[in-house]
Write a protein that binds this ligand. Sequence first.
Ligand SMILES: N[C@@H](CCC(=O)N[C@@H](CS)C(=O)NCC(=O)O)C(=O)O
Length: 204
Amino acid sequence: MLTLCYCPGACSMAAHITLEESGEKYNARRVDLGNGEQRSAEYLKINPNGRVPALGLDDGDFISENAAILPFLGKRFGLWATEPTAEAKMMSFIGWVASSVHPAQAHIGRPERYASNPASHDDLRATGKKVFHGYLNQIDGMYAGKEWLFDKYSVTDPYAFVLYTWGIRREIPMHEMKHYTAFKDRMLQRPAVQRVVEDEKIKL
Ligand SMILES: N[C@@H](CCC(=O)N[C@@H](CS)C(=O)NCC(=O)O)C(=O)O
């Protein structure tokens, strides 16, 4: 059975939603990021990077990184493209989020990771917020005239949903992004998303 190491409100929500969508039984293991459990010796054996998500596989091994976990789950549950170009486009979106969008948001929440001088932290927060806002606007454009990011619902949609919830958390005016907001409302109609939003106590 698969095991998801996750924390409420974190990027692990994308894998959490995907697992809920699958209908397959899985273990959900909460990691208390607020109290530093991700840096405990026990957790570092699971993911030496000290982050969620981590996914425990059927054979007891673990994989980390959304860029690996989401395609893995997508392939297992039919939420992934099979045609090579479509697959590359999904990889491109996931890679862009993991390498650019997510880190922009991290500049707001964890400026001390990017500069040791506290005098620069406000600037990092403000710049991170501006850059993150710009990325969310880009995603708004990607949903124009579309129900889902690609031809059908895929693992990329829960990943985009996580970023929407972070936009709200960072007090970015998400309601101004009409296509992205309509997508968020479509997501909230899905029972699997409702269960995760309830479990993780997500404010929308
Ligand atoms: N590149 C990683 C990033 C994972 C990541 O940064 N996760 C955050 C939660 S959204 C985390 O575990 N933070 C704990 C920490 O930074 O100590 C991925 O995409 O899986």
